[in-house]
Design a protein around this ligand. Structure first.
Ligand SMILES: [Zn+2]
Length: 462
């Protein structure tokens, strides 16, 4: 059976209601061909397979995949071009570059390109169209693309029109972002609010903190958002407190019965996961395009369901930039149990993803800063915040760490709010933060940055 036949055998929602073995069998058929293509045309994986003494015949199923060492983001950032298939004899649509998106580098400012072929673009459109029972975009919708106009094309910015068009919806762009010379194309936050109003937008889509700032500003401007029925948020972990806050704000600007769609994905993966119900865990919506597993970073071994580790994905039917066992940088647990809320049988991420960078050593103690973020997200008096870890003495290489909390608090309640915040944090993580007050925009300027940097580690690498 060829890949195309396999792909056409099942469609969502049927796919996610199929017995687990059916889904696995389909994944295995697709994986086999993906591995063959990588062995022939993928600079990084053909080299890695040869180094490990592996041939395509050794990787016939997703269980065999564990023979291949996992790929880190550093592997990719070191040489992004080595992750692009180079198959000159592949069919035209499988080798033609439809577009290039970028993912930001972790340390330097150089973004890394992700190549999307015509074939991959069609796969994305197909997945977007058939998942509308999860991500409810309707042909009658007007979507606002609230992703900023950045110095390199962000994945989400260019996926918004893909998805809106696949679902037959209309789309309008806000084009906020850092002003660039010589073309004055960027618009302000206020203009973004007015665009939403003018076009009677029904779906807001952007980075969670930015969508929240649009709502805050809409309220200040007295804008009418009564036509908005859903906000889709992505790009950062959105705590239950943040989601609740956003729903309240949507109601305050006139939305009747607003919904929030919390999406989890990555540009490298080219796929999204969402919850069917708040707290259900993130459903993997295209198990016929991407395979997921959880890996123990210390040993590189695959972990069973329910055990916490690094989430990794493997492309099953991809022709531009292809990744196998690529670790996304988030710590999760997975489950293959049927969903207690919707009954779907497909795999799910069963815990809220925690960025592995959020777990770090401060003053010699391992601290999960996600806990601090979750706490601060639900303090309504806190307008903006940033957690900074820096050496107490910048000139001393071996200086002690210092935990600083940059805060912007609602006027009039600074002293009491700060006191409570300091006490709560000290109680939770056993570290007492030093407080520095700052302007809202000095912490996160939505007109300049795509998303806030909630956690900043200024310590020299050791
Ligand atoms: Zn479900």
């Amino acid at each position: 059976m060829s890949v195309t036949d396999s792909f056409a055998t099942l469609t969502l929602p049927d796919l996610l209601h199929q017995p687990r073995e059916e889904i696995r069998a389909l994944q295995n058929r697709l994986l086999k061909e993906q591995i063959e293509v990588c062995y022939k045309y993928h600079p990084f994986y053909s080299k890695l397979m040869k180094k490990e003494g592996l041939e395509p015949r050794h990787i016939q199923t997703s269980d065999d995949l564990i023979r291949l060492p996992a790929t880190s983001k550093t592997d990719f950032l070191n040489d992004p071009e080595a992750f692009r298939l180079r198959g000159d004899d592949l069919p035209l649509e499988q080798r033609t570059i439809w577009k290039i998106m970028y993912t930001s580098g972790t340390t330097s400012g150089t973004p890394a390109p992700i190549y999307v072929t015509t074939f991959d673009e069609h796969a994305y459109l197909c997945a977007a169209e058939r998942r509308t029972d999860f991500i409810d975009i309707r042909p009658t919708d007007m979507v606002a693309n609230l992703f900023p106009l950045t110095s390199f094309p962000l994945g989400a910015y260019s996926r918004a029109p893909d998805e809106a068009s696949a679902c037959g919806a209309a789309i309008v762009y806000a084009h906020t972002g850092r002003p660039s010379e010589p073309f004055p194309v960027h618009r302000s936050l206020d203009q973004a609010v007015r665009t939403v109003e003018r076009h009677k937008v029904t779906v807001l889509w952007g980075v969670a903190s930015f969508v929240r700032r649009v709502l805050v500003r809409a309220q200040e401007l007295g804008a009418d958002f009564s036509h908005v029925r859903m906000a889709m948020i992505t790009g950062e972990a959105a705590s239950p407190a943040l989601r609740k806050d956003m729903l309240n704000r949507l109601r305050e600007v006139g939305a009747k019965d607003p919904k929030l769609c919390n999406r989890y994905g990555s540009t490298e993966q080219g796929a999204s996961m969402v919850e069917c119900t708040d707290g259900s865990g993130f459903h993997i919506l295209a198990p016929d395009q991407v395979f997921h597993e959880v890996i123990d970073t210390a040993t590189g071994k695959r972990l069973p369901d329910g055990e916490k580790g690094m989430i990794a994905f493997t492309h099953l039917i991809r022709r531009g930039s292809v990744f196998l066992r690529y670790m996304m940088g988030d710590v999760v647990t997975m489950t293959n149990e049927s969903c207690p809320y919707c009954g779907r049988t497909g795999p799910r991420i069963s815990s809220q993803p925690v960025r592995s960078g959020d777990i770090l050593k401060v003053k010699g103690m391992l601290v999960n800063m996600q806990v601090v973020k979750d706490y601060l997200d639900q303090v309504v008096e806190v307008n903006e915040y940033q957690i900074v870890i820096r050496p107490m003495d910048a000139k001393d290489e071996l200086s002690m760490d210092e935990l600083v909390l940059r805060l912007n608090v609602r006027a009039g309640v600074e002293a009491e709010t700060t006191k409570t915040v300091v006490e709560e944090i000290a109680k939770t993580i056993h570290l007492t933060p030093k407080i520095e007050y700052a302007d809202k925009d000095a912490i996160f300027d939505p007109a300049v940055d795509a998303k806030p940097r909630r956690l900043v580690d200024l310590r020299p690498p050791r």
